[in-house]
Write a protein that binds this ligand. Sequence first.
Ligand SMILES: *Cc1c(COP(=O)(O)O)cnc(C)c1O
Ligand code: SF4
Length: 383
Amino acid sequence: MLECQLNVPTYTENYNFNNYLKEENDTIEEWKYQYRNQVNTLEKLEKYINITDEEHEAIIHTTAKWGTTPYFASLMDRNDPNCPIRKQVVPSKYEQENKYGIEDYLIFKENRSGEEERPDTIARQYQNRVAFTVVNACGIYCRHCFRKELVVDESLELRFDIDEGLEWISEHNEIREVLVTGGDPLLLPDDRIEYVIRKLREIPHIEMIRFGSRLPVVLPHRVTPGLRKVLGEYHRVPIWLNTQCNHAKEITNELAKAVWDLLTCGINVGNQAVLIKGINDDVESFKQLHESLLNIRIRPYYVFYLEAAPGIDHLRTPIEKGAELIRDALRGHTSGLAQPMYVIATNIGKIPLMPDYYIKDKNEKEYILQNHRGEVTSLPTIH
Ligand SMILES: *Cc1c(COP(=O)(O)O)cnc(C)c1O
Ligand code: SF4
């Protein structure tokens, strides 16, 4: 196979986005324009919605980052404070409360204080795959973010030394798959993404690269010809991409086109939704989300239980809720391709929790099985 000979410098410092966006001339790409003009002040937000008194109060009192792209902001309902997109974007006064959230959540969850010495960029829960955190900026500062200490509150500071992370990965030949994450890794410039991919592909034991990025949903303009060139084409090591879409309202023609552009250059696109109270925890929204994802060729992969990070209690459902929704909205009710796995992400890995109505009984002679309508059937027990 031809080796790519692009002369890309190595990067060892934390990346300064503002500099990189300022360097641009008048003909900047739409996605950079969108990123540069984030909706992150009351004044800008007012152009999109009629801000309620409660929202106004929450915004002036918040110390956390908030905001998103003009594109995603334009999907908010102007008058409905319960709009599922608006609730992901606009801070809430309840973020100041914390009854159940675990302090220093990411340190605990990502095993950052365990016995294994690892660079800041590497989080590990599994023997053969790691999460590689390359940046802490995002195209939206989600109110429900479980990585909020890193991304939204910015109380956890990591050293984003990409070369140090790459070196660690190259020295651990049990690692076959790397999840490039953040923040949002696709906010990095094309040449930096190219560098990460090329370096990972040069490591003989790396068999798969996975990107976690919300940009297709909040900034679909990011899928430029330049990015397609960096991600695309046939290679020994494939690239998978999981995005995060939480409500059917987020599904637009722009997203559909971005997904198509990713698929047609060889990138598989999956979805990792987060189960969020008041946003997608009802049967209708849950079903519509998963059907709409398939309509634009995104394969539902996971639905996550909202993790126990501090300050997001108000968005969390009971644990059982996700399994109930799969039972009542998806399994048997719609296409088998629309079925995600419901998982709880923990410090010891992801734990699936699916509806447990299948095996009702088991005896010497038979298994009694129940379907989504509550009907039962039996199968002989094998001895
Ligand atoms: C989620 C996660 C993975 C990937 O888990 P999959 O079940 O393969 O999707 C790997 N490492 C870490 C640290 C994770 O949080
Ligand atoms: S895009 Fe992901 S990392 Fe960024 S704020 Fe949202 S949930 Fe957090």
